[in-house]
Design a protein around this ligand. Structure first.
Ligand SMILES: [Zn+2]
Length: 231
């Protein structure tokens, strides 16, 4: 493992060498950083490249860690980063008797009776995400369903809950979406919805399933990579 200092943060990265001509930096789904470099590249040059892309790497790590179903415990304090529809917001916690959660510019503003009571703030945010997810996922489900309904699929029942290992799942009665998906960009939300809608026609991951998915979402692979933090 190698390391460079970027501002106040360290970026740790692994290097693999290959016969390729260009250097590629990826942030993997587990938020680790991997560099694939040409055989002749030296470590100093690689470190410079990593530094040059430092901002992007840290953004990507934060983004991925916040999306990850095993998201690190948040502290629910002022200034903390929380994602909503692919955008980064900071928490602004204000004490007040009328509890509420609102988006205000780059902030998620939480009005709460007691700033120190983080379990209450966590609950307020969870409820807010759930409310937004219900509205946004239903809207996206309709849009995507309209594209694929010619396949003779019945409009599915939608369930939203925190899933620990997957973004979505489905049964013959309907589809379930991971609440944390509300933190991802719309085109990733659409990707998961379309994947599950295709399963209503083809339940397994056979070639027929992929043909169907390709037909209704030609760029699904790119969307998947973004969702997994590997763009
Ligand atoms: Zn599947």
């Amino acid at each position: 493992m190698h390391k460079v200092a970027y501002g106040t943060e360290d970026i740790e990265f692994k290097v693999a060498f290959s016969d390729r001509k260009t250097l590629e930096i990826s942030v993997l789904p587990d938020a680790t950083v991997e560099v694939v470099a040409p055989q002749e590249a030296n470590l100093e040059r690689i470190k410079q490249k990593v530094l040059k892309r430092g901002y992007w790497i840290l953004e990507q790590k934060r983004f991925f860690m916040s999306l990850h179903p095993y998201e690190a415990e948040k502290e629910y304090v002022n200034g903390e980063t929380h994602f909503y529809i692919g955008r980064r917001y900071r928490l602004k916690i204000i004490e007040g008797s009328a509890s509420s959660v609102k988006l205000k510019g780059k902030f998620i503003e939480v009005i709460t009776p007691d700033k120190e009571k983080t379990s209450k703030i966590k609950q307020q945010l969870h409820n807010w995400y759930k409310l937004q997810a219900k509205r946004r996922f239903e809207e996206r489900l309709k849009v995507n369903y309209n594209k694929i309904k010619v396949e003779g699929i019945a409009f599915p029942k939608l369930t939203i809950r925190v899933l620990h290992k997957r973004w979505g799942s489905c049964t013959k009665h309907g589809i379930t979406l991971n609440l944390n998906l509300i933190k991802a960009p719309v085109y990733c939300i659409d990707y998961v919805i379309m994947h599950e809608l295709c399963h209503l026609k083809v339940p397994n991951h056979s070639p027929a399933f992929y043909r169907l998915k390709e037909k209704y979402m030609v760029d699904w692979k790119e969307r998947k990579l973004v969702l997994e933090g590997v763009r």
